[in-house]
Design a protein around this ligand. Structure first.
Ligand code: TXA
Ligand code: MG
Length: 350
């Protein structure tokens, strides 16, 4: 049985957290909130516990995990090649939604990094995550708490939706405030490269790394890639997803509406993932509409993105229609998740 504990991030119950920390030390799986999304944690130094993560998620062993720390001193245990840039980035952005890839320490079992010589490290800022790692006294390997290729979980309820008895304990600390995963940067290339856009904006990183590049190619599913999380089919709702992209917002919306009408005529159950502005312009209809937030409020759109995808899935829609945000700030990460959920099914308008 999975034990479930509601826990208030503002008044953390020390006993509950102590129990969760003991579980981690004992090789058990503990799901916990972070500021980005929920994670399934295991002691990163315990290869058996780490194996259980892959099994629970049905995740290919070739997709490496992020090691979470709560104190910069722990870097010495997880990494042995620490580029100078790590210290500068950590200074500015840790704790927070940034994952750094560096040379792996021999203390980290091979299954954490899928046999690679590099390790991904992040220091989360969420008080529950932070204190849990601190109390556990070990680095914590944690992927997002969703079944492989499903939308990530941003609440305890979503975690329980995806897992039955595979987890030992779930800390339900309410909604994640950012809602999309951390930005992953590799510092092991000649020029630092963003492998996954995320909760920390590319522009903010550029202020410290002017030469920063963005990995822009999305690998086909069969290709062998260095960051397997970059596979195209990812973050997918059960429903199909059509992503509409274009400069002219009203033309994009018109196209979405006429496509929805067409699909509805052919008997499909339609889900619309829209911003507040778009919603006010939708005709009355039979469609299931989920509102993400104000058009320019990317923080709110980011926070509700996975919740929206999951909610439309719960309504058993066949297809979800959504428009692409501008690829700036958090918009880049939102665009990336939608693009992959669409599996390349992008409708260019104009
Ligand atoms: O916000 C987050 O990062 C969340 C929370 C729980 O911290 N975690 C998360 O983990 O999103 P996961 O496992 O869902 O995604 C980890 C990503 C994957 O794309 C994986 O391929 C990449 O990080 N990754 C991990 N280790 C890597 C490595 N050594 N080299 C390249 N990519 C790596
Ligand atoms: Mg994930």
């Amino acid at each position: 049985m999975t034990e479930l504990y509601p826990i208030d991030p503002d008044h953390i119950d020390g006993e509950v957290l102590q129990k969760a920390a003991e579980y981690l030390r004992a090789g058990k799986l503990v799901a916990f909130p972070t500021e980005t999304v929920y994670g399934i944690g295991a002691n990163a130094l315990d290869r058996h516990a780490v194996n259980r993560i892959y099994a629970a998620k049905k995740r290919p062993k070739s997709d490496p995990l992020i090691v979470h720390i709560s104190d910069i001193k722990q870097l010495a245990d997880v990494a042995d090649e620490i580029p100078e840039l790590v210290w500068r980035l950590a200074d500015s952005f840790w704790p927070g939604p940034l994952t750094l890839i560096m040379g792996k320490s021999a203390k980290i079992p091979d299954n954490v990094t899928s046999g690679q010589s590099t390790v991904a490290v992040r220091m989360p800022s969420h008080p529950i995550a932070h204190q849990l790692i601190d109390l556990a006294g070990v680095p914590v390997a944690a992927p997002s708490a969703n079944l492989f290729s499903r939308p990530s979980s941003t609440s305890g309820r979503h975690v329980l939706e995806d897992f039955d008895d595979e987890l030992d304990l779930v800390l339900d600390g309410g909604e994640s405030t950012i809602g999309v995963e951390s930005t992953v940067i590799s510092l092991m290339e000649e020029t630092p490269m963003v492998l996954r856009p995320g909760g920390l904006a590319f522009e903010d990183l550029q202020a410290i790394i002017p030469e920063l590049r963005l990995k822009s190619s999305y690998a086909a599913e069969t290709e062998v890639v260095s960051s397997p999380g970059m596979l195209l089919k990812h973050y997918s709702p059960k429903a199909g997803l059509m992503l509409f992209d274009g400069q002219d917002e009203s033309a994009v919306l018109q196209q979405m509406i006429s496509e929805a009408e067409k699909l509805a005529t052919s008997g499909q159950r339609i889900g619309m993932l829209v911003n507040t502005n778009q919603r006010s312009k939708l005709p009355t209809h039979q469609w299931i509409v989920y509102e993400l937030g104000q058009k320019d409020d990317l923080a709110s759109i980011g926070r509700s993105l996975y919740r929206g995808l999951r909610s439309l899935d719960e309504s058993a829609v066949d297809i979800i229609l959504v428009s692409a945000p501008a690829r700036q700030g958090l918009g880049l990460a939102i665009w990336d998740r939608l693009y992959r959920a669409a599996e390349g099914n992008v409708i260019q308008v104009g």
